[in-house]
Design a binder for this molecule. Structure first.
Ligand SMILES: [Zn+2]
Length: 119
């Protein structure tokens, strides 16, 4: 019941926000989660909301904490891919001819710090 009340509260808040409600809600997601809890509590579902939060803190957080290493590894791999993409773009830009001249820039030598390494 707590979950249903919470979701209905999101619907009421979204209706009040009007046009662009989805963007407005996703920008301040945490504040909207709390607002949905508060509205559901005002409707008389305070006990259910508290139980829902308690269950989430104990079960969901425990699952998330057990996956912290895996999540961090994924984030680091994502960052490495972004760095590689940025480096490739910079190298392409560096090789493009300068408008109005015949000269092209030579590619910058890689610094030792930018060589691939394993984490
Ligand atoms: Zn929610």
């Amino acid at each position: 019941m707590g979950i249903v009340a919470h979701e209905f509260a999101h619907g009421c808040i979204a209706a009040r926000l009007g046009q662009g409600w989805y963007e407005k809600m996703t920008i301040r997601a945490q504040a909207h989660e709390r607002a949905a809890d508060e509205l559901a509590t005002l409707w008389g579902f305070g006990k259910e909301i508290r139980l829902m939060r308690k269950e989430r803190d104990h079960k969901v957080s425990a699952i998330l904490y057990s996956r912290v290493k895996e999540i961090r590894r994924g984030r680091r791999a994502e960052i490495r891919r972004s760095v590689r993409r940025a480096r490739l773009l910079l190298e392409q830009y560096d090789r493009s001819p300068v408008p109005g001249t015949r000269r092209t820039y030579a590619a910058c030598p890689r610094s030792p710090a930018s060589s691939p390494r394993s984490y």
